[in-house]
Write a protein that binds this ligand. Structure first.
Ligand code: ATP
Length: 250
């Protein structure tokens, strides 16, 4: 099996938000269209003229029926899927104008992604999961590694996992694993945090805790967080709720 690890520019650790334009929204989407072939010679429009701005330090929920386009919007905003037309800017940089390699670099520097299931590596401790990107970067100096270790410990303490820093995923509960997953995505101080169904594997109490934690970290870190969710009961924790129906936002 081949494992490809994309290492970000270490400047993301040394100077958070780097050369980002301070006045630019963390995410700016304009007239986004994403079409897929439907297998019968026609096209299916997953995103239909979507426009959206997210400001730094705000927490936004994205809800809507199954198949309405929520994951598609997250994938395009993360630079994982190229739209049919329209533009995406992340912290002032036009993601949709970049080469694939430059898009991957921008993702490493400015975007954090949290998937449904915490995809943690079984053999690494909680702190090592957070340090991994820097540890794997051949350009990292000893000072970079030390800074990453300090930030990893600090981030774990901020989510009440300071005492679990040396534990491996199988020694953690589902809620603790999801907290490690979230702070790992914030390690490089991203401008934009994209979160896909973070509570799907958790019970009600732990789901509420994870959503409120995301709200707190969003404000503390100054990231813009966009969270796809089915859990409408926790929407009191977000600043804004967007609804997607048939590829359109309302
Ligand atoms: N790779 C693909 N190829 C073809 N069609 C796709 C592809 N990915 C998604 N679609 C279609 O695009 C539409 C939007 O899908 P998307 O996964 O974005 O919806 P969603 O709102 O996230 O759904 P869910 O809540 O069920 O996860 C759906 O009709 C889906 O079938």
């Amino acid at each position: 099996m081949t494992v490809t690890v994309h290492t970000p520019d270490l400047s993301a650790y040394r100077r958070p938000h780097g050369a980002a334009r301070p006045d630019a929204p963390a995410l700016s989407v304009r007239d986004l269209v994403l079409e897929y072939p439907d297998g019968e010679g026609r096209t299916l429009r997953a995103l239909d003229e979507v426009s959206l701005d997210l400001a730094a330090g705000t927490f936004t929920a994205l809800i809507g029926p199954s198949g309405s386009g929520k994951s598609s919007l997250l994938a395009v905003a993360a630079g994982l899927v190229s739209p049919t037309s329209g533009t995406v800017h992340v912290a002032g940089t036009e993601l949709t104008a970049l080469s694939r390699a430059a898009r991957t670099r921008l993702r490493g520097e400015r975007i954090g992604v949290v998937f449904q299931q915490p995809n943690l590596l079984p053999s690494l401790t909680a702190r090592e999961q957070l340090e991994l990107t820097v540890r794997l970067d051949p350009r990292a100096t000893r000072a970079d590694r030390r800074a990453a270790r300090d930030r990893a410990q600090e981030m774990l303490e901020r989510v009440d996992l300071g005492r679990q820093a040396d534990q491996r995923p199988h020694q953690l509960s589902g809620g603790q694993r999801q907290r490690v997953n979230i702070v790992r995505a914030l390690m490089g101080s991203p401008a934009l945090l994209l979160v896909d169904e973070p509570t799907s594997a958790l019970d009600r109490e732990r789901s509420a805790a994870v959503v409120h934690l995301l709200g707190r970290l969003t404000r503390e870190e100054g990231a813009a967080t966009l969270m796809v969710t089915h859990d409408v009961e926790f929407l009191d924790a977000v600043d804004r709720t967007l609804t997607m129906v048939d590829g359109r936002l309302s």
